[in-house]
Write a protein that binds this ligand. Sequence first.
Ligand code: SAH
Length: 393
Amino acid sequence: MANKRIYLKPRKEQSLLRFHPWVFSGAVAKADTGVENGELVDVYSSEGEFLARGHYQAGSIMVRLLTFEDEEIGADFWLKKLSQAFELRHKLGLIDNLSTNCYRLVHGEGDYLPGLIVDIYDSVAVMQTHSAGMYSCRAQIANALVELYGRSLAVYSKATQIGTFEGDDDYLHNSAPNFDVVSENGCKFLVDWHKGQKTGFFLDQRDNRELVSSYSNRRRVLNLFCYTGGFTIYALRGGAICADSVDSSKYAIELVRKNLELNNYSSAEFFNRTICADAIEFLRGVKKGEYDLMIVDPPAFAKHLSAKSNALRAYQRLNALAIEKVAKGGMIFTFSCSQVVDKHDFALAIFSAAAQTGRNVRIIERLSQPADHPVSIYHPEGEYLKGLALYVE
Ligand code: SAH
C-alpha cells in the first residue's frame, strides 16, 4: 500500500534538497487525511515532486526523514543504514578495540536516523527510540543489529516516552543481566541500562574524560554532577591526589562507589569521597582553594528554546561559584549538553560568570562530543555537547 503524502508549501523544499532531516509543521501545506503518528509518509514539493520519506508525528517537527530516495523502509534498509554506522565506528577504531568496548553505534540525525540511538556495551546493544515511528521499527532494527554483530548479541530497548505515549523496556533479542562491566580506555565501569540514566552511561564524555586524566596529576579533583564517576576514575588514573564525586542521585553515587572498587581506588590509602547532594549546595560549602581541578557537567538546563534564558542564568550562577572556589592556578572543565544553548551562548555565560568573580580566567581548551557522536553538516543542531577548560588565576 502506498504511503500517505505530505505536501510542502511553495519554496519550502530547499532545506530538504540540502538533506536537512526534519520537516517543520510550518512548511507543510497539506497532509493526506488520516495520517497517524509513527506512520511512514512521503514528502512532496508544492510542484508534486517526490522529495523524501520519513516518520510522521504531529508536532513542530512533523516528519523525521529516513531517506531522500524512493526506497523501501524494510529489512534491507535497516541493514544498510546500520552497516554504514558500523563502518564509521570501524574507521574510528572502536570495533574490536581491546581497551574500549563501549561506544555509540547510532547517533540519531548524525547517522541519518532521526529518533534512534543505539549504544553498544560489549555484547549488548541498548536502543532508545525518540519517535513513535522509530519505536514501531524496533523489531526490524534489532534484526539488523543481530545480523551485523552475530547471534550472541543481546538487544535491549529502553522505555521511550513520546508525548503521552510510553513504550516498554524489553529485550528484543536474547536476554542478559541488566548490567555489565565495560571498559573505556582501560577504565572499568559498571553500566546499568535498566535503571541507569539515558542508555546507562554517558559515552559522549569519553574524550573529555581522557583529557581530564591528562591534567589531573597531583591535583585535588572535584567532580560535580558526577553520575557514575566517569571523570573521577580517569582523574585518579591520571594521578589525582584525591577525587571527590557529587551527584544528587543516590543510585548514581552507589555506582560511583562500585566503580572506585572495580578500579582499585577504594582502599584506605585513598580519600575519595562520594557525596549524594545538590551540587550547588555542596559547592557553596567548599572552602576557597580546596580543589585544584573541578568538573562541572550538569544535566541539560534547557530542553526547549523557551527555557534558554533561564538556563543561561543557571550556567552563569553555577560557574561563578566554581570559579570563585577553585584554587589559584586551578582548572575548571565546564560543560553544557543543552541543545538550545550553542557554544557562543555558553561562552558568554561563562564570561559573565568570570566577570562576576573578578578573577582572571583563560580558556585553554574548547571541548565537544566525540567522533562516535557525529554531526551531519546539514544538521548543525546535532552539535549538542560543548565545554570549556578554564585556567583560573
Ligand atoms: N559527568 C557525568 C554525566 C553527568 S549527567 C559522566 O561523565 O558520566 C548529569 C548528572 O547530574 C546526573 O547524574 C544527575 O543525577 C545529576 N544531577 C542533576 N541535578 C543535580 C543537582 N542539582 N545536584 C547534583 N547532581 C545533579
